[in-house]
Design a protein around this ligand. Structure first.
Ligand code: SF4
Length: 344
């Protein structure tokens, strides 16, 4: 029987409290208004109107530190394209749906989703620090799917009762939106389940909000008996500036295994030189390129789609440019399959 996670008490003011306040303030100050984003980047304000309409159900959200990595005056900047709502999002395209991976059918208790043997996803929150326009969970009903405090307790009970699950994957939304105290309680609770041996964290925060990588985060992960790995999410080398490098360096002691997953996105990274630069930058930062996903056909994201044939061509070109360990797997997820499908 697993104990319920305790309720957090306020922390005394310390250096770690200051670090926590820093990332929370940066998150609160993230840009949500297309007019402001256009002004900050010296872009034509006529882009803002369609962005406001297209973003009415899945709004613009982007931290200022991520905006600082974009090229002013360039409406085709690959980082901007990932976050600025476009009018094409409103078009209904055959084959693009609200739940392209049929995740609702894979739900277990609370925020627990199991698609593959031996491992399960634990959804902690629907919140993110950035709203990526191609996100396959952009219409995911998080609250109704158990990504709530009560849902978390139900998920922990379910995990404790199922000895076949050896790896828990924290997902969302972004699980690093849980603060260090909440995460510490969760990691301790997972560590108390004897058959859970590994913890994987999927997060875009080390890239888009690197101040989230606090010393306390590293310490709490290093203290766990679980083998911890981190999968970050970057699609272009320009996302990986010195602030990201510093955050990843802070994390080294707590998370020796770091991987990246990217999505192959038209106009962003569908080019061999761009993908090679991403892989080389990741390797320099101690992160293994892991997956290059074909776009999941979620409603609103069709403008980013790249064909499987083009993906194969790009992988072939990457193999000619890079050592094998720097070439990601080209993969796609298909509902009902027992694993991701490796394409190249
Ligand atoms: S950070 Fe991840 S979960 Fe959040 S919007 Fe982007 S792709 Fe989706």
């Amino acid at each position: 029987m697993i104990k319920a996670m305790p309720v957090s008490n306020p922390s005394p003011p310390t250096t770690s409290a200051a670090a926590s306040a820093c990332w929370k303030r940066e998150l609160a100050e993230a840009v949500r208004d297309p007019i402001e984003l256009c002004r900050l980047l010296d872009l034509d304000q006529t882009l803002a109107g369609p962005a406001a309409v297209a973003g009415s159900s899945f709004p613009l959200l982007v931290p200022r530190g991520f905006i600082a990595r974009m090229k002013p005056g360039d409406p085709t900047d690959p980082l901007l394209l990932q976050v600025l709502p476009r009018v094409e999002e409103c078009e209904e395209i055959v084959g693009f749906s609200a739940d392209p991976l049929a995740e609702q059918q894979a739900r277990r208790a609370g925020g627990l989703i199991q698609k593959y043997a031996g491992r399960a996803l634990l959804l902690l929150t629907g919140g993110c620090a950035v709203n990526c326009r191609y996100c396959f969970r952009r219409e995911f009903p998080y609250a109704a799917s158990g990504a709530t405090p009560a849902g978390l307790q139900a998920a922990l009970r379910e995990l404790a009762a199922d000895p076949s699950i050896h790896e828990v994957i924290l997902s969302g939304g972004d699980p690093l939106l849980f603060d260090d105290r909440q995460l510490d309680q969760l990691v301790v609770a997972l560590g108390a389940i004897p058959h859970v041996r590994r913890l994987r964290i999927h997060s875009r925060l080390p890239v888009v909000l690197p101040s989230r990588v606090t010393e306390d985060l590293t310490a709490l992960l290093a203290a766990s008996r679980l083998a911890v790995s981190l999968v970050i999410h970057a699609n272009h080398a320009a996302e990986l500036d010195s602030t990201v490098a510093e955050g990843l360096a802070r994390l080294t002691a707590g998370v020796p295994l770091r991987f990246n997953q990217a999505v192959l996105l038209r106009g962003v990274n569908d080019d061999a030189a761009v993908l090679a630069a991403l892989s080389e930058r990741l390797i320099d930062l101690g992160v293994a390129p892991y997956y290059l996903h074909l776009l999941d056909p979620v409603r609103g994201a069709a403008a980013f789609a790249v064909s499987e044939a083009r993906g194969r061509e790009l992988l072939d070109q990457l193999r000619r440019r890079l050592p094998g360990y720097a070439v990601p797997r080209l993969a796609r997820e298909l509902p009902g399959e027992p694993s991701k499908v490796w394409i190249a």
